[in-house]
Each structure stands twice: as structure tokens, then as C-alpha cells.
Design a protein around this ligand. Structure first.
Ligand SMILES: Nc1nc2c(ncn2[C@@H]2O[C@H](COP(=O)(O)OP(=O)(O)OP(=O)(O)O)[C@@H](O)[C@H]2O)c(=O)[nH]1
Ligand SMILES: [Mg+2]
Ligand SMILES: [Zn+2]
Length: 361
């Protein structure tokens, strides 16, 4: 690790040997490392060796947008004649939690970068939904971060054990916690995850209590949370930006705005982990082109009949498959369009070159 960054608090922000190695290979004189800690749209707030700074969001270059996200480690440099530092490059991400951006454009939106763990949060009173949890689990496994399920508002639920059991069945092998920020129930189990340099990102629908959990861990009302008297079933969004905060006892917590829906962006690994049993069935039907309808020797139908596979889970897999196929088609379409555009540009360039050559000869 370079000596200059040893003494300062970047280590509290998660700076480690892996980053230090990459830094010594890629950085040039005058550059300094920083972690993105808040996204204000046109600007980012970063934690740098000298303290916190504001930097501009990089402008799109050619067809590639340098997509910077909260949690990223970046190299900053001071350009001549410009007051604020400029992002030069992004250090390789350890993990990346993404979703397909809302709207018509086929675009990845990075929700959290370099999180070690992601808390998949649902509230026990209104937001409890195992199909949604499957989606979050897929995206979480895909991200490379470790998922932990956090069920909030135990004080508003009279069947916590029943709901915990449903989660454990949907997310085998994943740690599950039930908490209340009102009574403090389960908070000790949550605190154990926060150690120096460890980043935890909070993900979930609006109103589940993400910002309330941050405030509880901070020990002060720093983030805005919804007023108690406002009905939290209405899907009002209180948090509007992603923000990474250092906790007083060590560790970092990334608050995010509630997601209306989580559209998957990539899902190969995630699907395999969450739906491995279903995928195995699909591959073991007698006919390789089985549609899992009425064919003889269909392993899926057999599992549904015997109760080995839950109907709801099967429907959920089918729905996700359709969604992923649509997404792949859209991605391919976008790629072809980009290739066409590049092709046109290349042809234009070639024409110019020929013209210049003709002039010269
Ligand atoms: N009863 C009860 N209410 C809670 C608990 N945790 C949070 N709340 C309430 O739930 C409401 C929503 O909490 P927020 O922390 O604003 O939710 P959020 O997930 O940050 O929502 P967005 O920022 O919109 O994504 C607030 O009124 C909180 O006071 C809890 O453990 N028990
Ligand atoms: Mg919030
Ligand atoms: Zn079949």
C-alpha cells in the first residue's frame, strides 16, 4: 500500500491492498484516489485524502458513458485551469448491483458499487412478497455481494416466525433478520455486519425503513424519513439520492431511493443460484425441446404433480424467463444499431481518406 494513503481515513472507506495494487499500476503523477459517497445528479460528493470534495459527473465520451456510481473508487486529477478535480478513471469494481434503467432505453443503472453485502429489505406489514424477494436475490447474487434478508417493522406484525419461515424457504442458505427500529428488536444481529472498511448497501421498496435503519445505526436523525402519520402503503418516495455514510463504530452504509420495481439487467449466475432446482428439472425432461405442457416424460409436470415444485415458483420462473428473453432481444437490437452507426461513421471516414489521397496525387 502506498505510504501516502496509509495514514489517512480512506482505509475507513474501504481502501485495501487490492485497490492499492491497481492504483500503483494505473495512476500517474498528480492523481489521487477517492470514493464516490453521494450522487447529486450533475455532481458527486467524494471522500478524498484531503477530505470531502465535489466533482462533476463525467460527460459522455463517444458512445460510452463513463458510468460512475456511488460506492465507486475513482482516480481524480486537477486539469489545468479548472478549479475542481476531474474523474480520470474508475478502479475495477469488486461488486456491482445493477438493474435495467426505467424508461424505454436499454440501459444499465448501477445502484451500488463495491458493496460487500446487500441488505434486501422488506417490511413485515405491507411489503412482504416472496416473488419480489426472488428477483432481489437474483440481482444480488449476480452483483457479487453477499445478500442478507432484513425484514423490518416486527412491531407491526403478529406472525414473525411464519414470515421468517417463508423467507428461509425462498432464500435457503441466506441469513435472515427480523428487526424493529421502534423497539430495537434484532438490532444487535444487524450491527455485527459493520466492521471497518465493510460496505453494506440497503435495497428495497419505498417505505420499508431503509433510511430509518441508517439513522438508527448513526444514532441521529441525519437522513430524511417519511413522517409517521403518512400512510406508507402509498409508495411515496422519500429518499431521492444514493448516499454512502461512515458509521461511528466503523463500516459504511449505502442508503438508496426505494425501487418501484427491480427490472433485471443480468441474471445468469443469479438465476442459477436462485432457480437451480427448476433449471435442473427443465433439462431433465425426456424430450430436449419439451414445452413443459403435456409431453410425456416432462420432469416439470411430474414435479408439480408430486408437490416437489411449487406452482407459484414455476410461474415465477416462467415469467422471469420471458422477461430475460425480452431483455436479451432488446440488448441485441441496441448492439446492432450501434454497429450500424459505427459502420456508417467508418464508411464516412474512409471516404474522407480517399478524398485526401486523391487531392495529394
Ligand atoms: N412501526 C415501525 N415503523 C417503522 C420502522 N422502521 C421505519 N418505520 C417507518 O416507516 C416509514 C418509512 O421509513 P423510511 O425510512 O423513510 O423508508 P425508506 O425505505 O427509506 O423509504 P424511501 O426513502 O422512500 O425508499 C417511516 O414512517 C418510518 O418511521 C419500524 O421498525 N417500525
Ligand atoms: Mg429512504
Ligand atoms: Zn418438460
Amino acid at each position: 500500500m502506498k505510504d501516502d494513503f496509509k495514514a489517512m481515513s480512506l482505509i475507513d472507506y474501504g481502501w485495501d491492498d487490492r485497490l492499492a495494487r491497481e492504483w500503483s499500476e494505473r495512476s500517474t503523477t498528480g492523481m489521487f484516489p477517492a470514493r464516490i459517497i453521494a450522487d447529486y445528479g450533475q455532481m458527486f460528493r467524494v471522500a478524498a485524502p484531503s477530505g470531502e470534495l465535489l466533482v462533476n459527473r463525467p460527460v459522455a465520451q463517444f458512445d460510452h458513458e463513463l458510468q460512475v456510481a456511488v460506492g465507486d473508487w475513482v482516480a481524480l486529477e486537477h486539469a489545468a485551469g479548472v478549479a475542481s478535480a476531474r474523474i480520470s478513471f474508475i478502479l475495477t469494481r469488486k461488486t456491482k448491483f445493477s438493474r435495467a434503467a426505467a424508461g424505454n432505453e436499454v440501459k444499465e443503472q448501477i445502484v451500488a458499487a463495491n458493496a460487500d453485502m446487500v441488505f434486501l429489505m422488506q417490511s413485515l406489514n405491507r411489503d412482504f412478497n416472496m416473488r419480489r424477494l426472488e428477483r432481489y436475490l437474483i440481482a444480488a447474487w449476480e452483483s457479487g455481494a453477499e445478500p442478507v434478508v432484513v425484514l423490518t417493522k416486527t412491531d407491526c406484525c403478529d406472525d414473525v416466525p411464519g414470515k421468517m419461515a417463508a423467507v428461509c424457504a425462498t432464500a435457503p442458505g441466506v441469513a435472515v433478520h427480523a428487526i424493529s427500529c421502534v423497539t430495537g428488536e434484532g438490532m444487535a444481529g444487524i450491527r455485527q455486519y459493520f466492521r471497518r472498511g465493510v460496505t453494506v448497501a440497503l435495497l428495497g421498496s419505498s417505505g420499508v425503513g431503509k433510511s430509518t435503519l441508517v439513522n438508527t445505526l448513526l444514532g441521529k436523525d441525519y437522513l430524511k424519513t417519511r413522517e409517521i402519520r403518512e400512510d406508507d402503503s402509498r409508495g411515496r418516495h422519500t429518499t431521492s439520492r444514493r448516499e454512502l455514510l461512515l458509521l461511528p463504530e466503523g463500516g459504511l452504509i449505502l442508503d438508496t431511493p426505494g425501487m418501484r420495481e427491480l427490472s433485471l439487467w443480468e441474471a445468469d449466475t443469479g438465476m442459477e443460484i436462485v432457480f437451480g432446482d427448476v433449471e435442473e428439472l427443465v433439462w431433465s425432461c425426456r424430450f430436449p425441446n419439451c414445452t413443459h405442457g403435456h409431453e410425456p416424460g416432462c420432469a416439470v409436470q411430474e414435479a408439480l404433480r408430486s408437490g416437489k415444485l411449487e406452482q407459484k415458483r414455476w410461474q415465477s420462473w416462467l415469467k422471469l424467463q420471458k422477461e430475460l428473453a425480452r431483455l436479451e432481444a432488446k440488448k441485441e437490437g441496441k448492439l446492432r444499431l450501434q454497429e450500424k452507426q459505427w459502420g456508417r461513421r467508418f464508411a464516412k471516414l474512409q471516404k474522407e481518406i480517399i478524398k485526401v489521397k486523391h487531392k495529394k496525387s
